[in-house]
Structures are given as C-alpha cells and as structure tokens.
Design a protein around this ligand. Structure first.
Ligand SMILES: NC(=O)c1ccc[n+]([C@@H]2O[C@H](COP(=O)([O-])OP(=O)(O)OC[C@H]3O[C@@H](n4cnc5c(N)ncnc54)[C@H](OP(=O)(O)O)[C@@H]3O)[C@@H](O)[C@H]2O)c1
Length: 335
C-alpha cells in the first residue's frame, strides 16, 4: 500500500499536494467498498494496467490540512472517488493524507466520531434518481449491508415510505427490522416470485435486478447499484461524490433521523488492510466496514489498562496484613 509520510515539523515532499479547488486532508478514518476488490479482480482493467484505485478506501473523514474553501483544522468527510468524471487515480482514503476536490466534501456532523462519519454512503441519491415520493413503497435488496442499512433508514425517516420490505439472512432479521423495515425476507429461503407484494421502488444494492425486477409495480422504478449492465428495466446508478448531498445527510444525522451503522467487527487498524479486505469479500458485513488509525490505539489502551490493573492488584496483595485468623477464612470475632 502506498502511504504518504508526513513530518509534522518540516513537512515532507511525500505529502500529496492540493491544487486549486482541492483540499489536503489528514485522514482520520475510512470505509471500504466492494467496488475496490471487484476492480482488482477485473482482468481487463488489470491487463490494461488501468490507473484505478490502487490505494484502497473510498470514503473518508479527516481534518483539513491545506488551504481551500474549508479552513485548516475543519473536520470534513466525503467520498473521494469520482467514477463519474473525476480522476479515479485520486481514489484511496487509506493514506495518512489524501487529496480531494473540495466540492466532494462537507463539514463532518459534529455529533459523529470520525469512524461514524466514514459509514455514510450517498444512498439518498438513489431515492432522488427515481424522484421517490412520501407514501410510496420500497423493496430494499440487501438491507444489512453498508448501503442497505442506510437506505432503510432513509426510506423510513427521511423519504417517509409507506412500506419497507428488505432481504437478508435469517440471523439478521432483528437488525434489519430495527433499522425500520416492516417486513424482512430471507433470500436463502424465499425467491422474489414468492414475495406476495409489488413495490413503487426496488432499490437493489446486491446487483440482482435480473431477478428482483419481478417485485416492482407496473410503472414502478428499479435502481441497481451493483450490476453492470443491470436488467433493462433497471436504472444503472453511479454515486456522484457531492458535498451538497453530504450536507443534507448531516442535517438528518443531527436531527436523529439517521444513525451510522459500523460493522461490529470493525473498526480495523490501518495496518489490517488484508483482514479488512477478507471481511469485505465475505459479503457478510453488517453495516459499513470501517478502518481507523485509532483502532491500534484503542487496543494499546486496553492492554495498558489491563497491565495497570494487574500491577495494582499485585501491589494490594503484597501490602495485605498477614492476620493468621483471617487467613483461615473465618470471622476473627468468632474464632
Ligand atoms: N453504483 C455505485 O455508485 C455504488 C456505490 C456504492 C456501492 N456500490 C455497490 O453496491 C453493493 C453494496 O455495497 P455495500 O457497501 O452495501 O456492500 P456490503 O456492505 O459489503 O454488503 C454486504 C451485505 O450484502 C448482503 N448480501 C449479500 N448477498 C445478498 C443477497 N443475495 N441478497 C441480499 N443481501 C445480500 C449481506 O447480508 P446477508 O448477510 O444478510 O446476506 C451483507 O450484509 C456492492 O456491490 C458495491 O460494489 C455501488
């Protein structure tokens, strides 16, 4: 992994430089996206030596380290990978420092930690794409993942869907219901044909529009974010990194309508990129998988606390008075 180094005192030529309209960010956390390993696995891209995201990590929160429309020290967040027109080589939040166009960023909601801010995908753009209206129904394919877990909350608390049905494995039913789904379907036991309802909107976060299109109403809409090309009835969707949409998300976060969902196995340390990647590839995430430089510090803090407790206990044992009556385990008054 390429890693920018930084000498806090003198600066360093290894720190990427931010040109006009872009901003240098000290990365404080990051999240990963299955698109990353899909790109690495894509033989065509590899053989063409395409300059795609070789530094992993799509979304980042961090602290502004260079001058831009933000002030130095501002805490910002954003998805720094623009497939829709930007330079994809800039992708890669897993560095000490990253550079992003400042229109891709917004001020991080102050109520969120950096790790929490890393979880927020721009799933609301999918609802905007289909002009989703209050009172419409939605089927969210893959409600337990990074995108699905936010999409359910958006449907329930922001877009005020009349009915939300989602798919996941049985073990995640309670989790997906707690996010706001009215009904959960176990996709390992029930096919889409067996779902006894039709929906105004099918938001397919798994890339199964060739199967999931059967649950859309006549005149309804399907957005498939994970298959290329999707079913002909489905709209292909590529997220557009946009600070203005992050500002909207931030307002929903501040008003309590959305809550970040960090996968319980994370945050991983920056050095645990391989473990992170294995977990991502397992396709079993619960919420968003996050990476944080603080993860190492938290483990260290735990080890130091344990050592401290051990020293105190050992010291207390040594200074205990040696009363033979007490040592027999009885009440000295009655012995
Ligand atoms: N087009 C875009 O702009 C864009 C942007 C972001 C992401 N994406 C793509 O969108 C997809 C989702 O991203 P993500 O971050 O949410 O991924 P993720 O968090 O890694 O997704 C893992 C989740 O998928 C669920 N899952 C796996 N197979 C399933 C199936 N057949 N039916 C229902 N759920 C299933 C798993 O739940 P269970 O354990 O319940 O199976 C798990 O919770 C990825 O393919 C990603 O590449 C596209």
């Amino acid at each position: 992994m390429e890693k920018a180094r930084f000498d806090e005192e003198n600066g360093s030529p290894d720190v990427p430089s931010a040109g006009s309209g872009s901003v240098l960010i000290k990365v404080r956390a990051a999240s990963v996206n299955p698109v990353e390993y899909k790109m690495r696995q894509c033989a065509v891209l590899r053989s063409a030596n395409a300059p795609f995201a070789m530094v992993p990590g799509f979304a980042l929160p961090g602290v502004v380290a260079g001058v831009s429309k933000f002030k130095k020290g501002d805490e910002v967040y954003g998805n720094i990978h623009d497939f829709t027109g930007g330079n994809p080589k800039q992708a890669g939040a897993l560095e000490d420092f990253a550079v992003a166009d400042d229109h891709m960023l917004a001020l991080k909601p102050s109520s969120l930690s950096f790790e929490e801010a890393a979880t927020l995908p721009l799933a609301l753009q999918a609802f905007d794409t289909v002009d989703f209206q209050k009172g419409q129904s939605v089927f969210i394919v893959g409600g337990a993942g990074g995108v699905g877990s936010l999409a359910i909350q958006l449907a329930k608390n922001v877009f005020e869907a009349s009915r939300i049905v989602s798919s996941c494995i049985t073990g995640k039913f309670e989790f997906v219901k707690s996010l706001g789904a009215d009904l959960v379907v176990d996709y390992t036991k029930q096919s889409y044909e067996q779902v006894d309802e039709k929906f105004d909107f099918v938001f397919d976060t798994i890339g199964e529009s060739f199967k999931s299109y059967v649950v859309v109403k006549e005149g309804g809409k399907i957005v498939d974010i994970a298959s290329f090309p999707p079913h002909p009835r489905a709209l292909q969707f590529i997220v557009k990194p946009q600070g203005s949409d992050l500002e909207r998300l931030g307002k929903y976060i501040d008003s309590g309508k959305l809550k970040p969902v960090i996968d319980p196995k994370s945050p991983y340390a920056f050095s645990d990129v391989v473990k992170t990647s294995k977990h991502l590839k397992s396709r079993r995430a619960r919420g968003k998988i996050v990476i944080s430089p603080r993860a190492v510090n938290l483990i260290m803090a735990f080890i130091i606390s344990l050592a401290f407790i051990f020293i105190i206990v050992a010291a207390a044992a040594e200074t205990q008075p040696t009363n033979p009556k007490l040592n027999r385990g009885g009440d000295p008054q009655h012995n």
